[in-house]
Design a protein around this ligand. Structure first.
Ligand SMILES: C[S@@+](CC[C@H](N)C(=O)[O-])C[C@H]1O[C@@H](n2cnc3c(N)ncnc32)[C@H](O)[C@@H]1O
Length: 205
């Protein structure tokens, strides 16, 4: 679920969202994530769930890229920006279930998506990633994360996120291990220019 009302509604506009991301250091964070955790090789098939305007393509090598997002404005911007570098689809994991395009992937990524989904939707999304991967594939996701030692400012900033389902490391792991056998996690307590905490999950079958 997303809260797009009031002051935060403007973040729904892809151009403004991207400008905000760059200003707080989230763009550099995304680059580090792609380089250190996604680690795609040229020719890999990569499915990006909740791809937004597909900023991940800035740092991915020449891969077979398929982006999926429920926001048609994001998909339109992705198509305008990246054209033939990928296939960009409007939808969600439920609506593309059974579509053979979303199969046999080497890597599935979901960057900043699970905290927009309630537990049932998130479990669905993770199972979709599992089903879309080949046997040696990896699911990599990156999310805001609550930790007990979080300062008040950090907690306040994160509480203003449009996603209403930020979780603890344990809660993300519980969701991921329902589908995946192996789940490794990295919690970063200083990921950006603003007080924030993030987690990376690398999941294998
Ligand atoms: C925080 S943005 C992240 C976008 C992009 N991954 C990035 O790194 O900039 C979350 C995105 O997830 C999309 N989204 C939310 N729920 C979704 C769902 N159930 N299926 C597909 N996309 C979804 C939103 O439209 C939004 O573009």
């Amino acid at each position: 679920m997303q809260c797009d009302s009031g002051l935060l509604g403007w973040l729904k506009v892809p151009f403004l969202y991207n400008a905000f991301q760059a200003a707080v250091g989230a763009t550099a964070l995304r680059r580090r994530l792609i380089e250190n955790h996604v680690r795609a090789k040229p020719g890999d098939k990569v499915i990006d769930i909740g791809c937004g305007s597909a900023p991940a393509l800035q740092w991915l090598p020449e891969v077979e890229y398929i982006g999926l997002d429920i926001n048609p404005d994001c998909i339109a911007l992705a198509r305008r920006t990246y054209g033939s570098r990928g296939i960009f689809t409007v939808g969600n994991p439920q609506s593309v279930r059974g579509n053979s395009r979303f199969k046999a992937a080497d890597i599935v990524i979901a960057i900043g998506v699970l905290h927009h989904l309630d537990d049932e939707e998130a479990a669905h999304c993770i199972q979709f990633a599992y089903n879309a991967l080949n046997t040696t594939g990896r699911f990599v996701c990156h999310e805001p994360c609550w930790i007990p030692s979080q300062g008040a400012i950090c907690r306040y900033i994160m509480s203003r996120d449009r996603g209403r389902n930020i979780r603890t490391e344990q809660q993300y792991c519980q969701l991921a291990t329902k589908a995946f056998k192996r789940v490794d996690t990295w919690v970063d307590m200083k990921p950006m220019r603003i007080p924030y905490v993030t987690i990376v999950l690398e999941c294998e079958k």
